[in-house]
Design a protein around this ligand. Structure first.
Ligand code: PRP
Length: 217
């Protein structure tokens, strides 16, 4: 009998795009389109069960084995090492991790740099590489406000369209790393449900490749 696969999807646009891919490769669960507040959707016929979770929690569900596979931004995997397999770069959810500051202003290189961020480990690692002394101000959202209010000199954050920076009079000063969505797997699941996971991964890879060629991702 075919193994049922539990899939953790990040709530939001990225998760919806990822679900479309799973649906196209025959892992659909029509009930998911009904919307509402339900978080778990199972389709016995296709042998899949989806969970909508907070994007930053996907890797936790996969690491703990509650989900066999999941879709997560590379930013999350860089910020904290999870004991999971990274199977595939989905080539979607593309953005970059960058240092940004108030437009036209350059931080004083003599003083400790005050860095506001949701990604303290990525920021620490980046500035360690530059031997720059920093003071991390950890925030959980709306990071762009910190330099505007002079609470920080710069931010280290995700930039996708650049609209949030622009509308808050900020600009990118340095790019740290390019980010995209990854398909990850629980290590034990990968061993015990290997055939099914590899089959899903292969078909997702094929579809992503076609999407890239057609410029859809
Ligand atoms: C992210 C990021 C920026 C914004 C960038 O925030 O922290 O604020 O997206 O996107 P843009 O370049 O397309 O404007 P998110 O939407 O995750 O919300 P948050 O601030 O609550 O974390």
């Amino acid at each position: 009998m075919r193994n049922k696969i539990n899939i953790a999807l990040p709530k939001g646009r990225l998760g919806e795009k990822a679900y479309d891919i799973f649906e196209k490769i025959g892992c659909g669960c029509p009930e998911i389109h009904e919307g509402g507040r339900k978080l778990v959707f199972e389709d016995e016929e296709n042998g899949v069960c989806y969970f909508w979770v907070k994007p930053s929690d996907v890797a936790v569900y996969v690491e703990r084995g509650a989900a066999d596979i999941g879709v997560v931004g590379k930013d999350i995997l860089l910020e904290q090492p999870y004991d999971v397999f990274e199977l595939l770069d989905l080539g979607m959810g593309k953005c970059r991790m960058a240092v940004a500051g108030v437009k036209g202003e350059r931080p004083d290189s003599e003083h400790t740099l005050r860095v506001a961020t949701k990604f303290p480990n990525i920021a620490r690692e980046y500035y360690r590489g530059k031997s720059r002394e920093i003071d991390i101000i950890e925030l959980h959202g709306s990071i762009e406000i910190a330099p505007v209010l002079k609470m920080s000199d710069v931010i280290v954050d995700i930039v996708e369209t650049g609209v949030t920076l622009r509308e808050n009079n900020l600009e990118v000063l340095e790019e740290i790393v390019k980010i995209s969505a990854r398909l990850i797997a629980n290590k034990a699941s990968y061993k015990f449900k290997n055939e099914r996971i590899r089959e899903i991964c292969g078909r997702v890879a094929e579809l992503c490749e076609t999407g890239k060629q057609e410029g859809k991702l």
